[in-house]
Design a protein around this ligand. Sequence first.
Ligand code: KIV
Length: 279
Amino acid sequence: MTRDPSADSRISAEDIRRRKGGVPIVCLTAYTYPIARLLDPHVDLLLVGDSVAMVLHGHATTLGASLEMMIAHGQAVMRGSAKACVVVDMPAGSYEASPAQAVAAAKRIVEETGCQAVKLEGGVDMASQIAAIVAEGIPVMGHIGLQPQSVEKDGGYKIKGRTQDNIAALLRDAEVVEAAGAFSVVIEGTMEAVAAKLTHHVSIPTIGIGASADCDGQILVIDDMVGMTVDRVPKFVKEYANLRGAIADAAARYAAEVRSRAFPGPGHVFTTASGKDKT
Ligand code: KIV
């Protein structure tokens, strides 16, 4: 069943902004229609993260995401959700060059998906991009701390906030992202006490991932959270289910039944012309 987005009464970016200091904001990534259908009743915000490049497309980093990929997954998540605030990530290469480039990409994402907001990575260095997109009436979620789009430049996934200089830079990033007009900011891979300090430092909600329970909300990658991740699972992930095991078990049982001709059995074949067969 495809939902009619025009009939939706969705949580808006402004609703999320107003939740600073309140009941924690529940966020998960989603990339597909069925997962959006399953998550929508339970979450406040669905992020179509550029992690889709790694999680669903098998790229080594998020740099494998393209604008077209983000738009296609954004459309699927919008079709599968009715309540959540849907935020679509701006992929690397679509916004860093100039505010004009950022505005053009953000407009394409919003016009072609109908999502509520876009997200981009960067602090002080991306202030003019955030301000330019917000000036066009498109809500922006910031993303500071560990920035996966910069892992090649940074030489790996490095936890932030370990030195006084780095803490000062993070505080400045958070201030600037807020001043540029972002409605919220993801804080990723940052020392717990620093993430808490950042949360108290700004008046927009902070959404933590590998950060702190003091953040105004939390986000995890859906495949990590349900135990579908087949490669390395980061330390900050809590697996609430083991779908890896469930899928491997189902595949093994199916394979055994196909090989022994136990499947398809009488209940899964058409045997009469009476019209009474199950379809
Ligand atoms: O792409 C993504 O999934 C993200 C989250 C990890 C915040 O940016």
